[in-house]
Design a protein around this ligand. Structure first.
Ligand SMILES: NC(=O)c1ccc[n+]([C@@H]2O[C@H](COP(=O)([O-])OP(=O)(O)OC[C@H]3O[C@@H](n4cnc5c(N)ncnc54)[C@H](O)[C@@H]3O)[C@@H](O)[C@H]2O)c1
Length: 366
C-alpha cells in the first residue's frame, strides 16, 4: 500500500491521504466509481472532470451523482491545464468516446480524445507530480478471439476505431510509467448494470430494456459471439484496487483484464438469463445475421492472482434484477429505446443536429 502527500488533505479508510481526479465521471460508469471511492475514502478530496455530453441523461430523480464530488470541472480533456493536476495523487481516466458506433461516426474525434488527449493528460500528470494513473481500456482490444481465452500476453487485434484508440493509448502509456508514476490499464469487460446515467447500448442492458418494455429480446447477431461482462460496481472495485496496489502487485506499468471467468458468456446465454428473470419474454435470434467478428473470450487469471480481495462479487442474475427494478422504477416502457437518450450515439447526433456541438464535438458558444 502506498503513501500519499498530506498537505491540506484528509485520511481515507486505509489511512492514506489523497486527492483523486476522475475524468468522465458524468457518464455511465462514473457514478459507481465516485460512490465506491467516496465510501472507501470518505475524507479524500474527489474531483470530477467532464465535458458533460450526457449530463442531462439522468434516469433517477433523487440526488445528482455529482453532489458526491468536492469539485466538478466542466472541461474538455483536450483542454486540461497542468494547474488542474497540481496536488492530485491519483487520476482515474474514464473520459472517452465510449463505443464502436460513436467511434465509427466520429473516428477522428475518437482518436483525438481517447488516444492523443489521454496520452497528453498522462504526460501532464507525471510532470505535475501525480503518482497514479488509471486508464479505462477495454477487452475489445482482443477483437476476434473466440477460440481460447485471451491473457494479457496475447496479441491484440482491434477491429474498430474505438478499440484501436484504446490499444494506441495503452501502448503510449507504458513508457511513461516509472520514476514514481504508476500506470494501470484496466482492460474492462463490457459493462452492465443499473446507473444514474443508464446506457442501453450495452448488450445486457439492451436485453433487459427490451424485456421490460415489450416482453421481447431481439438479438441483432446470430447469438454466438462471446462477450465477457462486468457490473459497474465491480469495475469501481477494480479501480479502487488500482489506486492502492503497490509496485509488487504488477509493477510500474500493468495492463490487466477486468472481469471473471464465470462472466464469459455467449450473447444468446445472456438473453436466456434475462428471460429466466422477466416472465413471458420472447427471444428472437437473427439467424441470417452476418457473423459478428467482435467475439472474444478472456482470461482473468492475472486479476484473480493480483487482486484476490477485489474480485467481482455481483452475479448475472442480481445484475438483471437490479436493471429490471431500476427500469420499472423509472416507469420505462419505450419500445423504441434503441433510438432514445439512453443510446450514446443518438445523444451526440442530436447535439450535432441542434448545432450545439462542432464536428470535433466541442461545445459551440460555451
Ligand atoms: N461501458 C463499457 O462497456 C466499457 C467497457 C470497457 C471500457 N469502458 C471505458 O470506460 C470509460 C467509461 O465508460 P462509460 O460507459 O461510462 O462511457 P460514457 O460514454 O457513459 O461516459 C464517458 C464520459 O466521458 C465524457 N467525455 C467524453 N469526451 C470527453 C472530453 N473530450 N472531455 C471530457 N469528458 C469527455 C462524456 O461526457 C461522458 O460523461 C470509457 O473510457 C470507456 O471506453 C467502458
Amino acid at each position: 500500500m502506498k503513501n500519499f502527500g498530506t498537505q491540506g488533505k484528509h485520511p481515507g479508510r486505509f489511512g492514506e491521504i489523497m486527492k483523486i481526479l476522475i475524468t468522465g465521471n458524468m457518464g455511465y460508469v462514473g457514478p459507481a466509481v465516485v460512490r465506491e471511492l467516496r465510501a472507501s475514502y470518505p475524507e479524500a478530496t474527489i474531483v470530477g472532470l467532464d465535458i458533460g455530453y450526457f449530463a442531462h441523461c439522468l434516469c433517477t430523480d433523487h440526488i445528482l451523482p455529482e453532489c458526491k464530488v468536492d469539485l466538478q470541472y466542466f472541461v474538455d480533456v483536450r483542454q486540461i491545464k497542468k494547474e488542474m493536476l497540481v496536488g492530485v495523487d491519483a487520476i482515474v481516466h474514464l473520459a472517452a468516446i465510449s463505443n464502436d458506433p460513436m467511434g465509427n461516426r466520429f473516428e477522428e474525434v475518437t482518436m483525438d480524445v481517447n488516444h492523443r488527449a489521454s496520452v497528453q493528460l498522462a504526460k501532464k500528470a507525471k510532470e505535475a507530480g501525480v503518482k497514479t494513473f488509471i486508464f479505462a481500456a477495454s477487452c475489445s482490444m482482443y477483437g476476434a478471439a473466440q477460440d481460447i481465452p485471451r491473457t494479457e500476453k496475447a496479441p491484440l487485434n482491434p477491429l474498430t476505431a474505438y478499440a484501436k484508440s484504446k490499444v494506441f493509448t495503452e501502448r503510449d502509456l507504458e513508457p511513461l510509467a516509472g520514476a514514481g508514476f504508476k500506470v494501470t490499464s484496466l482492460r474492462f469487460s463490457t459493462a452492465c448494470g443499473i446507473s444514474d446515467r443508464l446506457r442501453l447500448d450495452l448488450v445486457l442492458n439492451d436485453f433487459v430494456a427490451g424485456a421490460v418494455a415489450s416482453k421481447r429480446i431481439t438479438i441483432l447477431s446470430d447469438g454466438t459471439p462471446w462477450r465477457p461482462l462486468v457490473n459497474t460496481k465491480d469495475m469501481a472495485r477494480a479501480i479502487e484496487w488500482s489506486i492502492i496496489r503497490d509496485k509488487n502487485d504488477g509493477g510500474d506499468f500493468l495492463a490487466v483484464n477486468i472481469g471473471s471467468d464465470e462472466w464469459n458468456y455467449q450473447v444468446k446465454d445472456l438473453a436466456e438469463a434475462v428471460a429466466r428473470v422477466v416472465p413471458d419474454v420472447d427471444v428472437s435470434i437473427n439467424k441470417d445475421a452476418q457473423p459478428d467478428k467482435r467475439s472474444y473470450r478472456v482470461s482473468f487469471d492475472l486479476f484473480r492472482r493480483l487482486a484476490p480481495e477485489h474480485q467481482p462479487v455481483v452475479d448475472l442474475t442480481r445484475t438483471i434484477c437490479e436493471l429490471k427494478d431500476g427500469l420499472e422504477a423509472m416507469g420505462f416502457s419505450d419500445v423504441n429505446f434503441r433510438n432514445s437518450k439512453y443510446i450514446r450515439l443518438k445523444v451526440l447526433a442530436d447535439l450535432r443536429d441542434r448545432a450545439l456541438l462542432t464536428e470535433k464535438l466541442e461545445w459551440i458558444d460555451r
